[in-house]
Ligand binder design. Structure first.
Ligand code: AP5
Length: 216
């Protein structure tokens, strides 16, 4: 099964994708994570992407669609994929259709996480991750069980994203409204969009997504 998780910054795409990986053995393809890895490694793509990401704008369609195609080529055709943060523009939606068709894959579901944008600023500015294993935490909603120690790997080095400040978050939301939300009708016309209340707690969001995926 191949699915897209769609929603503005902080809607919980990464959180729910990670739960689906644990629950269903699917693979999460997050363009944001892949771009951040490229920035960290100092690759030519990372060097081009860094300033754009730090400003909260979108990296070029060719770069991200290229990354997605390469990532899919490394997977067997049977492996279920969660697209997290991709596609984000009409051009990326077209590119994804071609990428999937070339690889004999079908898109089964587009799940839109519906959220209140004002609450998202709190969600995003409060989040941090383990610098060793990438596990996600939040100052208010999800602290490590032992203060300063990662639940998953025992790491003690935590990081915050440079684009997680309020000003950049507002720019990211404006980009979502202008360029990403308008792609939903493409998928609505195919009858594959489901809407889930992303403001519910994480377990309820996860259960609502499971109900969508288990219909088939
Ligand atoms: P990306 O990394 O994709 O960031 P984003 O879309 O802005 O999404 P986030 O990761 O901020 O949010 P999320 O929805 O995953 O929420 P999360 O689960 O972490 O992209 C970053 C940048 O890369 C872009 O700005 C752009 O420059 C570039 N880029 C990436 N993809 C691109 C593309 N396709 N094209 C062009 N450029 C691209 O949750 C947030 C917090 O809330 C967490 O702390 C979590 O614990 C908490 N939380 C989650 N769910 C709940 C809940 N139900 N209740 C309470 N708290 C919750």
């Amino acid at each position: 099964m191949n699915i897209i998780l769609l929603g503005p910054p902080g809607a919980g795409k990464g959180t729910q994708a990670s739960l689906l990986v644990d629950q269903r053995g699917m693979i999460q393809l997050s363009t944001g994570d892949m771009l951040r890895a490229a920035v960290k490694a100092g690759t030519p793509t990372g060097i081009k992407a860094k300033a754009v990401m730090d400003a909260g704008q979108l990296v070029s369609d060719d770069i991200v669609s290229g990354i997605i195609g390469e990532a899919l080529d490394a997977l067997s055709a049977e492996t279920g994929v969660i697209f997290d943060g991709y596609p984000r523009t009409a051009a990326q939606a077209d590119a994804l259709d071609a990428i999937l068709a070339d690889r004999g894959r079908t898109l089964h579901h587009v799940i839109e996480l519906e959220v209140d944008e004002d609450a998202l600023v709190t969600r995003i500015t409060g989040r941090f991750t383990c610098g060793t294993c990438g596990a996600g935490y939040h100052d208010s909603f999800k602290l490590p069980k032992v203060d300063g120690v990662c639940d998953k790997c025992g790491g003690t080095d935590f990081k915050r994203r440079p684009d997680d400040n309020e000003e950049t978050v507002r720019t990211r939301m404006a980009e979502y409204r202008a360029k990403t939300a308008p792609i939903l009708p493409i998928y609505e016309a195919r009858g594959i969009v489901s809407r889930v209340d992303g403001m519910a707690d994480m377990a309820h969001v996860s259960a609502a997504i499971a109900r969508v995926l288990d219909v088939e």
